[in-house]
Write a protein that binds this ligand. Structure first.
Ligand code: PEP
Length: 249
């Protein structure tokens, strides 16, 4: 399966900053093509800039969130149709900052995932446990709950348009990377849960790791079984650092 290396720019970058960073990433990929799928999840205001900068490169633009309706009285929200119109190919759902800082429920994440897929976006569903949940032995129960509620019911053609990003909450933006043994073991759990839910098709769903990935640790993480890509926050804001991660992955 083709690996996915994805940047989450969170709430950073003006349009000009986004254009410059995306253009530098596109130039590097054109000079030396990468065997991976490369995606940048940009803030809403910068999606079109990123999509334009990537037009002549294999990289793709994505959005960090979406609302599950075609249009309507949802002040402050954005629809799949608007994201596609801006040039987004992918969207993130259930990022830990949306779940734990902004209070998004499993149920809402599931509705967003299902609707975005139905409307033609590719979806990267983020899951991950808090430290206290891991320490209380609830890792598998949390991941099962997030996958069960996040995966669209009856959906059986997810290959190529759905991915899961496993991001332990305690490793996001903290500089604490999950150790290789933890990543290996947890990705095996996610794979098993996907196969329990989707049968053989579960083996075709990419599972990305996210949480304090840097150029220095990207190579060892991507080499682990069932690590089919990386989702990078802080270290993706700088084009050079993101390109280094792409090269090492
Ligand atoms: C993220 O925002 O998804 C993330 C993994 O952030 P960081 O790489 O900064 O930990």
């Amino acid at each position: 399966m083709q690996k996915i290396i994805a940047a989450n720019w969170k709430m950073y970058k003006t349009r000009q900053e986004a254009r410059e960073t995306a253009a530098a990433v596109a130039a590097a990929l054109n000079e030396q093509p990468a065997p991976h799928e490369v995606v940048v999840f940009a803030p809403f205001t910068a999606i079109a800039e990123v999509a334009d900068a990537f037009a002549a490169s294999p990289a793709q633009a994505g959005a960090q969130d979406v609302w599950p309706a075609v249009e309507g009285a949802f002040t402050g929200e954005i629809s799949p149709r608007m994201l596609l119109d801006a040039g987004a190919v992918w969207v993130l759902t259930g990022h830990s900052e949306r779940r734990h800082v902004l209070g998004e429920s499993d149920e809402l994440v599931g509705r967003k995932t299902a609707f975005a897929l139905e409307q033609g976006l590719k979806v990267m569903l983020c899951i991950g446990e808090k430290l206290e949940e891991r320490e209380a032995g609830r890792l598998e129960a949390v991941l099962r709950r997030q996958l069960d509620s996040g995966l669209p019911a009856g959906e059986n053609a997810l290959e190529g348009r759905f991915a899961v990003a496993y991001e332990p909450v305690w490793a996001i933006g903290t500089g604490k990377v999950a150790g290789p043994d933890e990543v290996l073991a947890t990705h095996a759990v996610v794979r098993r849960l996907l196969c329990e839910r989707l049968g053989e098709a579960g083996n075709g769903i990419p599972i990305l790791y996210g949480g304090s990935v840097k150029p220095a640790n990207a190579g060892s993480l991507i080499g682990l079984d069932n690590v089919d890509g990386l989702l990078i926050g802080g270290a993706s804001l700088d084009a050079q650092s993101f390109v280094q991660i792409i090269r090492r992955a």
